[in-house]
Write a protein that binds this ligand. Structure first.
Ligand code: DC
Length: 238
């Protein structure tokens, strides 16, 4: 990914503005919540999952098969025609001139992104990219390791959870399935569990709750309630 370049293993630099992090397992509503919180605060939204997805997509597009991903190093990632660009609300990923959007949500890319995220050189390279785009602060960053690894100095950290079936329903709704059958919910729940296991059990930057994060269980919260809970805390802390 070109554009921002930062020492991949460098320590976080001082920030120009506040950072709010939202971490948590798949389907807890992090990205939609982070986007809305960022909008209400007038901050940018950094959806770190799209960077992992974009990298997986770019590798597949370049016909570099997943069996080879464990051998890849910085120079391979640098050689991809992948870029991150700031937008008014956040960041977009591009492959050559193509803006990556819906293609990043396919089941193939979703599954492969999770496997890709386990490799240390991938995480080190994306760490540099994420810190560089976040340098100006005024950011709401969501992912798995935002508060623990990427922005450990963030002003406010949140950890979003929800029970498995609520997360499965939300994921299905996001994909346009408003009245899922029990079997569909169970199948989606299994996929989420697999991804959670992969994300939590990996050796490098596994998903975990930052010690200094506020935990919010969103199972029984309306979307607006969870957004307001976070915004109120951020404004109260300011
Ligand atoms: O949040 P998401 O579902 O779009 O993320 C896709 C994958 O990327 C997820 O399975 C794990 C990985 N990921 C990560 O390891 N660290 C992050 N900060 C964000 C995502």
């Amino acid at each position: 990914m070109t554009g921002p370049k930062a020492p991949a293993h460098g320590s976080p630099r001082p920030l120009a503005g506040p950072i709010v992090t939202l971490d948590g397992p798949a389907g807890a509503g992090k990205s939609t919540t982070a986007r809305e919180v960022a909008c209400r605060l007038g901050f940018r939204h950094l959806n770190s999952g799209t960077f992992y997805r974009a990298l997986a997509f770019a590798l597949l597009d370049a016909e570099i098969v997943p069996e080879r991903w464990s051998e890849l190093r910085t120079e391979h990632f640098d050689a991809l025609p992948l870029r991150v660009e700031p937008t008014s609300e956040g960041f977009r990923t591009m492959l050559d001139a193509r803006v990556l959007e819906e293609e990043l949500r396919s089941p193939l890319v979703t599954g492969e992104a999770s496997r890709l995220a386990a490799f240390a050189p991938v995480r080190a390279w994306l760490l540099g990219v994420q810190r560089e785009v976040g340098r100006g602060g005024r950011l709401v960053a969501d992912g798995r390791d935002m508060g623990t690894v990427v922005f450990p100095e963030a002003e406010l950290k949140f950890y979003l959870t929800a029970d498995l079936s609520a997360r499965a329903r939300r994921r299905l709704r996001d994909h346009g399935v408003d009245a899922p059958t029990v079997a569909e919910i169970e199948e989606e729940a299994r996929r989420i569990e697999d991804r959670d296991r992969c994300d939590s059990e990996r050796r490098h930057a596994p998903l975990r709750r930052p010690d200094d994060a506020y935990e919010i269980d969103t199972t029984r919260l309306e979307f607006d309630q969870q957004v307001e809970a976070i915004v109120a805390r951020v404004l109260g802390a300011g």
